[in-house]
Ligand binder design. Structure first.
Ligand SMILES: [Zn+2]
Length: 476
């Protein structure tokens, strides 16, 4: 029986300066509890919301990237429910009930040869955070922190067009890269992108899975839910329409609460936020739209001759794509792409490390050039790169001061090879008998030269050394 999976993705617009309806900071992280608040986001009487224009612009960019249509006029609604994380007792969000009013609707995106339809994209405010703390599970304190209340959030809702946990993974990775690429969100921040799923098996009730902490667990939860529903149907047990939660410890989903219907939320128009006429904003934004990851990947393979695999890794991360583009020349494309995807990405795996990096693209270009001219070995390049990232020193200074330049003086290399072989009696006979021992000697020589010896010259020197020994050996 075919599974039908839909996703609801909540993406915080972390690149914005302020919350959706007030001047408090959008970046609430690392602040003392309840210090990033004002009368508006606390919902105090007499306060009025004022819409953040940059949030509308970013939400429209997401809509364009997902091929959505946008209405001429945007409006907002109140979604009423009582929960301690919601100071106003309602959330300002969007709804298409009286015709299109959300930032986007009816989009489509290709996910690994499958079309996933996007039902709608809406702009809304994040609630606050409930924090459970206390000495033990039995003695819990429940605290609330409103620093996040009112932070700008975009909800992306898909049709149930995915069929497997694998589809879910590919889709979420694609979303993650796309949201970073258009500068909407820093997905590496904790909780910046969260996703819920709904799963049903053809003709049966739909089950929602909520509050899953990571993409990885969501994939597992979806897999578990398909299995549970299949078992139920085989045993003629009806599937309840319900919301379930993922139990991380037991690796199963558990029933959470029966699903509210839209009527329970008593939606009504938010008259305190004026209607927003979009006019030709979408056409203007489309012109400023950053190049899509797919187009960039194609350009890297077609114009720069980079392998598809490397192009895929490089194009999906804007930070590295930008360094690549500015350090690239017609000659160095492939070497540069390789050093970025193998060494630099390992050094700068988090946003914080990228922000702290002191590496300039011109210096990176110099390093790759030296590697291509064999003035420096790959091993030395790696160690120079570390120092350039950490201290921002120039490549030439590092080579001069630490002597990382390649040893390519033939007599020096011959001397090095001789001293290594002489230091271990018996090595010569082993090397004469087995090519494996030649590799071992090469390793020793490279180590002794701190990775600076030109590997090709070392190999030749070992061979000629061994040849001379072969000639010395008595005829058998
Ligand atoms: Zn505020």
């Amino acid at each position: 029986m075919k599974a039908r999976i839909g996703l609801e993705i909540h993406c915080q617009l972390t690149t914005l300066k302020t919350k959706l309806f007030c001047g408090c900071r959008a970046d609430y992280r690392k602040m003392d509890p309840n210090t990033n608040v004002c009368p508006t986001c606390l919902g105090l009487p007499g306060s009025l919301p004022r819409l953040n224009g940059a949030a509308v612009k970013t939400a429209l960019l997401i809509a364009i990237a997902l091929g959505c249509k946008s209405p001429d006029v945007l409006s907002f609604f109140r979604k009423n429910y009582f929960y301690p994380d919601l100071p106003k007792n309602y959330q300002i969000t969007q709804l298409d009930i009286y015709g299109p009013a959300c930032v986007g609707h009816d989009g489509q995106i290709k996910v690994d040869d499958r079309d996933v339809r996007i039902s709608r994209i809406q702009l809304e405010e994040d609630p606050g955070r409930i924090v459970y703390s206390g000495a033990s599970e039995k003695n819990l304190e429940t605290l609330v922190d409103y620093n996040r209340a009112g932070a700008p959030l975009v909800e992306i809702v898909t049709e149930p067009d995915m069929e497997s946990p694998r589809d879910v993974r590919i889709f979420l990775n694609l979303m993650h890269d796309m949201l970073e690429n258009i500068g909407a969100s820093d997905a590496s921040l904790e909780g910046a992108i969260r996703a819920d799923a709904n799963v049903s098996l053809e003709g049966n009730n739909k089950v929602e899975i909520k509050n899953v902490s990571s993409f990885h667990d969501l994939e597992k939860a979806v897999g578990y839910e398909i299995m549970r529903q299949t078992n139920n149907i085989e045993n003629e047990i009806e599937i309840d329409k319900e919301t379930r939660q993922w139990d991380e410890k037991r690796r199963i989903t558990v029933s959470a609460r029966s699903k509210e219907s839209d009527t329970d939320y008593r939606y009504f128009l938010e008259h305190d936020v004026p209607w927003i006429e979009i006019g030709n904003a979408c056409d203007m934004l489309r012109k400023d739209m950053p190049e899509s990851i797919a187009t960039r990947r194609q350009r890297y393979t077609a114009e720069y001759g980079i392998s598809d695999q490397v192009a895929e890794i490089l194009s999906s991360q804007q930070y590295f794509a930008r360094i690549f583009e500015s350090a690239r020349t017609d000659e160095n494309s492939r070497e540069l792409a390789n050093i970025i995807t193998t060494d630099l990405m390992g050094l700068l795996e988090t946003r914080q490390k990228q922000a702290d990096s002191k590496l300039g693209s011109a210096e990176l270009g110099r390093l790759v050039g030296a590697m291509m001219d064999k003035r420096i070995t790959r091993t030395s390049a790696k160690s120079a790169l570390q120092s350039m990232v950490r201290d921002g020193r120039s490549f030439d200074d590092i080579v001069r001061e630490s002597g990382l330049g390649t040893v390519d003086d033939e007599s020096k290399i011959t001397e090095l090879v001789g001293s290594v072989i002489d230091s271990e009696p018996g090595l010569v006979n082993q090397a004469l008998a087995s090519p494996k021992a030649v590799h071992y000697i090469m390793g020793l020589v490279m180590k002794k030269s701190s990775g600076r010896a030109d590997p090709e010259m070392v190999r030749k020197a070992i061979e000629s050394y061994l040849d001379s020994k072969r000639n010395d050996a008595p005829d058998q």
